[in-house]
Design a protein around this ligand. Structure first.
Ligand SMILES: [Fe+2]
Length: 386
């Protein structure tokens, strides 16, 4: 089998306590004054001050931008980049969840390329990406979810057209320190881990899955199944936090080639309509998507279920496999308190009214089974009734 795996060139430092090296790593990248981007919640949790102090200890000046917002709107990228240009910074540090990392990536592009950021959506216009011209970015995830440290792009909300856009941007270094996630609120732990679970499961069940991504995805799925309930039960469980953080990075890498399919494609539109966080929206239909895909890829769906602890007889039918996989993920969701679709929509009809918008926006290129409007309706109805 030929594998297409888009190996990222982003180096990643991983391990408990590794964020203490942020300052020395920035110095090694030649930085003297950096723009640090984050949201107010990460600062309130005390994480930003810890990072700022290790940067200052290395003799590097900092300028802060604390205006990161969920689903980063284009204007926040412009705001942060304007500060960076005015202060003549020579690097960016993004601290926080996926929104902070995506904001930082957009800012990196605008520090050496003219505004507006919309010029670079889907690489409409060439970006000066070569290392000599671009100023470096160091990304420090504080949630175990998006795996943005492993992917070469930032997702930005195009507020004019009310849709998500991707801006290509390589990171110069990811600093993944599981200790930063200790104390993360339970809901954030659950919904971000569910996003990582989707990345891994969707890569594994993608029409473009391959030998390299399979290894990464399988490990990530098993790690999340084993560690998410532990991290929810005890947010200070360092081993569980390390397992989840590793899973998020591996899951982020696993989609580099197979990309995401049904749950993310439905979730991206669902999230916009019902104002759901990315992880919540994308993971909302994961159980039902397994049920939907089982008839065409029963062995893969069975593997997902087994990695999450289900026992399935070797001769199980595709219907049984789909049902067991769906119920295994649904049980995990119940155990960890994953939100319900009925908490975001007034009725099932309201949810089903989103189907035309999903079908119009999403090509479902990477689904191993063709997806019709009726299929999406059935998946959403099943998820609503769960
Ligand atoms: Fe995602």
């Amino acid at each position: 089998m030929v594998s297409t795996f888009l190996a990222a060139r982003n180096p990643i430092l991983f391990g408990p306590g590794v964020s203490k090296r942020t300052g020395t790593e920035l110095r090694a990248l030649g930085c003297k004054k950096v723009l640090v981007v984050f949201d107010k919640g990460v600062r309130a949790a005390g994480i930003v001050d810890r990072i700022l102090s290790v940067i200052h200890e290395a003799g590097i000046e900092t300028v802060c931008y604390d205006g990161v917002r969920p689903d980063p709107p284009d204007y926040t990228i412009e705001e942060a980049a304007a500060i960076g240009r005015a202060e003549n910074v020579d690097g960016v540090v993004a601290v926080g969840g996926g929104s902070s990392l995506d904001t930082g990536k957009g800012v990196k592009v605008l520090l050496t390329n003219p505004s507006p950021i919309s010029r670079y959506y889907l690489a409409h216009e060439d970006i000066r990406q070569d290392d000599g011209a671009m100023k470096p970015i160091v990304v420090i995830p504080t949630t175990a979810g998006t795996g943005s440290e492993a992917t070469p792009g930032g997702v930005i909300t195009d507020t004019k057209n009310n849709c998500k856009q991707n801006v290509p941007c390589a990171t110069n270094l990811g600093i993944v320190d599981p200790e930063l996630a200790i104390g993360l609120p339970q809901t954030v732990t659950v919904t971000t881990a569910a996003d990582a679970l989707c990345h891994a499961v969707e890569a594994f069940t993608s029409a473009e899955h391959n030998a390299i991504s399979d290894v990464l995805a399988e490990k990530a799925i098993a790690l999340i199944g084993a560690n998410l309930p532990r991290a929810v039960q005890n947010g200070a469980d360092a081993e569980a936090r390390e397992g989840l953080q590793l899973a998020a990075t591996l899951a982020g890498l696993s989609i580099m080639g197979p990309f995401c399919n049904v749950p993310h494609e439905i979730g991206l539109i669902l999230g916009m309509i019902f104002h759901m966080p990315h992880g919540t929206a994308c993971a909302m239909t994961l159980p039902e998507a397994m049920h939907f895909l089982a008839p065409v890829i029963p062995e893969r769906v069975a593997r997902v279920a087994r990695l999450l602890g289900a026992s399935l007889p070797a001769d199980a039918s595709a219907e049984t496999i789909g049902t067991v996989a769906r119920d295994t993920i649904a049980t995990l969701y119940k155990t960890v308190g994953f939100p319900r679709l009925s908490g975001f929509a007034k009725s099932k009809e309201e949810v089903l009214a989103a189907v035309p918008a999903i079908m119009e926006a999403m090509p479902f290129h990477f689904s191993p089974r063709p997806v019709t409007a009726e299929d999406v309706s059935a998946v959403l109805a099943e998820a609503y009734d769960r």
